[in-house]
Design a protein around this ligand. Structure first.
Ligand code: PLP
Length: 384
């Protein structure tokens, strides 16, 4: 009988949970040390010890994070950055005067702001489309479109874009599709499998999961010339993530599947509780059958609809009061952490935003959902 070990095919949740699995041959330590060196000595022939030369182009702890992220997204490679915006700006840095970019008119406001900035300063052409109109993306692309940037679900309306359909539209005109999957990481949506060329995530959010790092990630379907250009930009601009953050990121990802599952089930119960509440105008959550994007969400969010939802209340003052009166939720911007956050979104996006000033954005965490429900109930009683 063959007694040699049989190779097991491990599920992604197992690979994530064991991402730092290691047994130190000397001490028996079960997690690897953080490699902090900023430079790497050449060998005795004076040659650089590939792949590590200088930490601005990466190091072993960064590689650990990148290998895990590429694995979970099903991509050929991944790159980690000092923040989500550092990764976004790196992609947009590839655009030249005359290149055309298409993106939704409501999405993470930092991307819109930077697109409008490079439209003015660099002659990049930008078309923003209404993601709630099914044919709007197809009508927005044209022959010189270099990049289609989408987000799904979209901040803070949680509109759901059909990624596979968007990939067809982008590729038909020879454009690249980048998907911001911050709110739907690989534990629920693998955008590369659906046709995206690049997946972007703010790893400050669900991937890190504990509101203690700022981090960004790009993963690619193909490590082609475009990817090499992105790598070069990261090295030359110094946008790389630091080793300590990379280690914390991997530690966060070890519980990603668990946290996302719990945040999703909490958000669903929370959304259902407030859906027909007399003091709430609407609950916007892709997990609810009443959400216009629900059927696409069901198709492309395989393992939960996440913890992000928005509430519309009757007026500005009520939204303002609720955000102040909560006791369990923290009134702060960001999302995807273990603790629940609430924010009166207009205060973050500013007066030029088209997001209604009656909208509260909530990031539902992993607490006992009954405490979250009771907290919002007591804030609603005091408000307006
Ligand atoms: C969907 C989305 N994309 C991008 C970003 C930018 O990421 P970071 O804040 O890590 O720079 C954020 C941050 O809020 C976000 O929510």
């Amino acid at each position: 009988m063959d007694r040699s070990p049989r190779q097991l095919q491990l599920a992604a949740a197992t690979r994530a949970a064991q991402a730092l699995r290691h047994i130190d041959p000397v001490t028996g330590a079960v997690t690897p040390a953080i490699e902090l060196s900023s430079t790497y000595a050449r060998d005795d022939q004076g040659e650089g010890r590939q792949p590590y030369i200088y930490a601005r182009s990466g190091g072993p702890t960064i590689k650990t994070a990148e290998a895990l992220l590429a694995d979970l997204d099903g991509g050929e490679d991944a790159m980690v950055f000092a923040s989500g915006m550092a990764a976004i700006v790196t992609v947009l840095e590839t655009l030249r005067a005359g290149d055309h970019v298409v993106a939704p008119d409501v999405m993470y406001h930092g991307v819109i702001n930077w697109l409008l900035h490079i439209e003015q300063t660099r002659g990049v052409k930008v078309t923003l489309f209404d993601a709630t109109v099914p044919a709007a993306l197809a009508n927005a692309v044209r022959a010189e479109t270099a990049l289609v940037w989408i987000e799904s679900p979209i901040n803070p309306n949680w509109d759901v874009i059909d990624i596979a359909a968007a990939a067809k539209v982008a590729h038909a005109v020879g454009a690249r599709l980048v998907v911001d999957s911050t709110v739907a990481p690989a534990c629920t949506t693998r955008a590369l499998d659906l046709g995206a060329d690049i997946v972007f995530q703010s790893a400050t959010k669900y991937l890190g999961g504990h509101s203690d790092i700022t981090a960004g990630v790009l993963t690619c379907a193909q490590a082609n010339d475009f990817w090499a250009e992105l790598q070069e930009i990261r090295t030359l601009t110094g946008n790389v993530m630091a080793a300590f953050e990379a280690w914390l990121l991997v530690r966060g990802i070890r519980t990603l599947f668990l946290r996302y599952e719990r945040a999703s089930s909490n958000a669903m119960k929370f959304a259902q509780h407030f859906e027909n509440h007399p003091k709430i105008q609407s609950v916007i959550y892709p997990g609810l059958a009443s959400h216009p994007g629900h059927s696409i969400a069901k198709k492309q969010m395989k393992n939960g609809f996440g913890g992000m939802l928005s509430l519309q209340v009757k007026d500005y003052q009520t939204a303002h009061d609720i955000s102040r009166f909560v006791q369990v939720f923290i009134n702060a911007t960001s999302l995807g952490g273990v603790e629940s956050l609430i924010e009166h979104r207009i205060k973050v996006e500013g007066p030029n935003s088209i997001v209604p000033d009656t909208l509260l954005r909530l990031s539902i965490g992993i607490e006992d959902v009954n405490d979250l429900i009771a907290d919002l109930e007591q804030a609603l009683e005091r408000a307006g």
